[in-house]
Ligand binder design. Structure first.
Ligand code: CDP
Length: 222
């Protein structure tokens, strides 16, 4: 794989619904970076499993991933609790994680020339996919705050699910993601902790922006 030199690389990990995606999008816009929400790849495979009960296998996944376009990952059908739960189940499979590595490496280290770099978020970005990122963040918030945010998001999309169900589902996913054998979610030592429980989107971004600007200054990029 080609690795572009002197690009900005930012890795983010977070438990479910902590606001990492929102911050990653703001970062991408501000610094002209390609953004990849890696959770959407696992959601895409989770969805494949729901839809192809009989022929869901590594061959099918490999074939689908080889044709996968970023545009597909923005589709609304991936935004549901059922798909998230299915994603979390298939995400513990070592072979499936291997099948989606290259797609992520491409986005991380060889983004199109129109971008100044990349920002990826997920569960194993700081620990596995972008071990050598310029900057790493671990974005979190308490579980009730996360469940409330996700519940309101579902409500705005007219999805019929209660706050209690969302809270239970997020707790369950947190447990699966943190305790699996391969690529579990954890904060690496070199990741900067950002707790968004009491921060607005804007306040959170200001904090992150100050850290990135400082890093770019010391690197000589600014
Ligand atoms: O949006 P939300 O935070 O709810 O989850 P997501 O980022 O869309 O990820 C869905 C599921 O995919 C997670 O619960 C993980 O099990 C899995 N995932 C993973 O294993 N590794 C990643 N890099 C990203 C997501």
């Amino acid at each position: 794989m080609k690795i572009r030199k002197n690009i900005i690389t930012i890795a983010i990990d977070s438990p479910a619904a902590a606001g990492a995606g929102t911050q990653a999008q703001l970062i991408a816009k501000k610094y002209n970076l390609q953004y990849l929400d890696t959770g959407k790849i696992y959601r895409y495979i989770g969805y494949l499993k729901i839809k192809n009960k009989k022929n869901f296998n590594y061959y099918l996944i490999k074939k689908k991933i080889s044709k996968l376009k970023l545009k597909e990952l923005k589709k609304k059908y991936l935004v549901s609790d059922e798909v998230a739960v299915s994603a979390s189940k298939i995400a513990k499979d070592k072979n499936i994680r291997e099948l989606v590595k290259n797609f992520q490496y491409q986005c991380a280290y060889n983004p199109p020339k129109i971008f100044s770099g990349s920002v990826l978020d997920g569960r194993d970005i700081t620990s596995v996919i972008m071990k050598k990122a310029m900057l790493k963040f671990y974005i979190t918030a308490n579980v009730e705050t996360r469940a409330k945010r996700r519940y309101l998001e579902f409500k705005s999309l007219n999805k019929k699910i209660s706050y209690k169900e969302v809270l239970k589902s997020i707790r369950n996913r947190d447990y699966l993601d943190k305790n699996r054998k391969y690529s579990p979610l954890k904060k690496t030592k070199d990741s900067i902790l950002i707790n968004t429980s009491k921060l607005s989107k804007k306040a959170c971004f200001e904090k992150i922006k100050a850290i990135i600007d400082n890093k770019l200054k010391t690197n000589g990029n600014l």
